[in-house]
Design a protein around this ligand. Structure first.
Ligand SMILES: [Zn+2]
Length: 259
């Protein structure tokens, strides 16, 4: 099963059992998947979603009255935008059982906007659903990250993280690696998390993405159990969300003790 289908299936089960959380953080850039999930949750015409009914069509056009979209304006999500969204969520829904707030590129929250949003995220109004998307976790407030269920979106062609793979292999083999550049450090951690996610998928019997097509990768990661990999990816994610301020090489040494 492809990662995309897996995510859709996951939400299908959540919807069926009526156990959706109030907020999700989608990590990546594949917004098509996110729109499919919104349709899946909203469409009343089909078991999955029909793509033909009024709700599906309006969602595709982002003109559904029960969907509010926040997108950064020149790399900035402003507090006014957030205030409107908060108001939107507090109103009764027009047609759908849940009002949906979709935030694209949440890494561009201004600090004031992020703080204004936190309270809503903590106590989301009933019958509302908050979808936050970001490809740069290190730029999000840790409190935002910790309050959402995290969903890893499939890779898109614009993901260029593959170049980090050799460094990760070196690291996993116990070789010393050093970073001076924070961007490279963050990219390294990010690819690392992606790689571990793929290994988790693979151990759970799902089809791999492209990172694990590397044989060396497969052998090195094969030494770890599922729970070790879960733990390691959580630890790396923590370092990643602090990668703007953390002492990079100290953090790497700490991670190394977890291998
Ligand atoms: Zn539909």
């Amino acid at each position: 099963m492809q990662q995309k289908e897996k995510i859709i299936n996951y939400f299908e089960i959540l919807r069926k059992r009526n156990i959706l959380s109030s907020s999700y953080l989608f990590i990546g850039k594949d917004y098509d998947v996110v729109f499919d999930i919104i349709k899946l949750i909203s469409c009343k015409e089909a078991e999955g979603f029909c793509n033909k009914c009024w709700d599906c069509k309006q969602i595709d056009k982002t003109s559904h009255p029960d969907l509010f979209l926040i997108e950064p304006d020149k790399f900035n999500i402003k507090i006014d935008e957030v205030r409107q969204a908060i108001k939107f969520l507090s109103l009764k829904s027009f047609k759908l059982p849940r009002k949906i707030l979709l935030i694209k590129q949440a890494q561009y929250f201004s600090p004031a906007a992020a703080n204004a949003f936190l309270k809503t995220l903590e106590e989301a109004p009933k019958n509302s659903l908050i979808f936050i998307c970001s490809s740069q976790l290190e730029a999000l407030l840790p409190t935002i990250i910790s309050r959402c269920r995290k969903i890893f979106l499939p890779f898109t062609d614009s993901d260029k993280e593959l170049s980090q793979l050799n460094e990760i292999m070196d690291f996993l083999s116990g070789r010393d690696i050093f970073f001076k550049d924070r961007k490279k450090f963050a990219a390294f951690l990010w690819t690392f998390v992606m790689l571990l996610r793929e290994q988790i998928n693979s151990l759970l019997g799902f089809e791999n993405n492209h990172l694990l097509k590397n044989r060396e990768c497969e052998i090195i990661l094969g030494r770890y159990t599922l729970s070790q990999i879960y733990k390691l990816s959580e630890d790396i994610l923590k370092v990643y969300s602090a990668s703007k301020s953390v002492n990079m090489n100290l953090a790497l040494n700490l991670l190394k003790t977890r291998l």
